[in-house]
Design a protein. Structure first.
Lengths: 210, 210
DNA sequence: CTACATTTGTGACGAAATTCACAAACCGGC
DNA sequence: GCCGGTTTGTGAATTTCGTCACAAATGTAG
């Protein structure tokens, strides 16, 4: 029932959940048609996406909003808290950690590291910035599960390897390189330059065509 | 030769370019095999991706590094400067604008807007933050081509519509909603919550399987 | 209880992207 | 100039993803 799930399906699930959170009608139901309208997709796609994970939803009625919501949270793995560490207290790292939705969705920042001596010891959010040299010990103690990697490209491989060594389960990678970690460790790349380039590409294409 | 290009191809092109920039060997050549090794893909995929845009590269030899680099820049539309405006001078917008690669790649921030009176008039980077109410006039004067939209979800639709009205060509959207703009206007969504959820999903899946 | 109006879940189909495999092109050496 | 070793470019096969269409299930009205 739940084998190879397309990445695009996961992104849509996330989007469905976002739509459902805008719903106030607690006890109500929602049809695949309605979800599709909010999500730039089709009703069939919504049903197919959900069917990968079982069949909740009643024929003739639709999906119960509250149930679907908690199912999606479970599927996406956000029905439990995650212990997160930020490595690299630069602009991007800070922006993310102070992002209000971050904590609200169960991502709990339990440690922040940086290698810059000027930053070590200062506070950020409710954490004191630790020396990156103490990364292994601290991550093990604090049982960090997830690392947000926001360091320069040169340092990224090293940090990733060390984090994986002490049992981290996944990495959100802002460094513009492909990390070389064992395949069992999921890595999600976020690359703002790539997004900008995709945009300028699309514009250039549109100009040529039009 | 260059019709419907998959989004995944564009992302890979961007990645190839990043790899090539790490190359010092100016006059040298690189094979699809080598590019694939750096890019988490296959040699055939590299060749197929490039073949969408013509056939540069010499059989038996590979691709000339400097030529491929400039070709990719042209394809991605970054062989010319882009006039960019930032709307929303919050954490995310600031992080992006101060990102060193940003300007280095030809994205020139020519205006910053915010609706918060406390922020209007303050400086950010080399710009003074303008009142969002003056958006139309300023964008037209400054010939803004590209908008980075980093405002709360409630305001995003309105700002997007107004920007499109005064001739903006594309939008990099950080608001967690699907913008409702004419299809001729490319929109690139960046959604950090979605990335985190994709990551926790992948981890949960890996745990179930392993 | 029956007829009817909905809406899901899913197998069959079609489109799209990736991989395969190989002929054509190129270089260097002799 | 020709041969051998390489590597591209690309049609064809394969795999993956999205769409369609419809039977099965459910609620409602009478």
């Amino acid at each position: 029932m739940t084998r190879k799930i397309p990445q695009s399906t996961v992104r849509r699930l996330s989007h469905y959940l976002r739509s459902l959170e805008g719903f106030e009608d607690e006890g109500g139901t929602v049809s695949s048609e309605e979800l599709a309208a909010r999500g730039q997709t089709t009703a069939a796609q919504v049903r197919k996406d959900l069917s990968h994970f079982g069949s909740f939803g009643k024929r003739g009625l639709g999906y119960r909003v509250d149930e679907l919501r908690s199912r999606l949270r479970h599927i996406l793995g956000i029905d439990r808290p995650w212990r997160v560490a930020l490595v690299g207290a630069g602009r991007i790292g800070r922006a993310l950690i102070e992002y209000p939705d971050f904590r609200a969705r169960g991502y709990e920042c339990v440690a922040i590291f940086d290698s810059d001596p000027d930053k070590v010891g200062r506070r950020l959010g409710d954490q004191t910035i630790r020396d990156a040299a103490t990364l292994e010990e601290a991550m093990e103690d604090l049982q960090v599960e997830l690392v947000i990697l926001a360091v320069p490209a040169e340092a990224a491989h090293d940090v990733a390897a060390r984090a994986v060594d002490v049992g981290v389960k996944g990495i959100l990678n802002f460094a513009p390189i492909r990390l070389n970690v064992p395949p069992r460790i999921p890595v999600q790349d976020v690359n703002l330059v790539m997004e900008l380039e995709a945009l300028s590409f699309a514009i250039s294409q549109a100009e040529e065509a039009g």
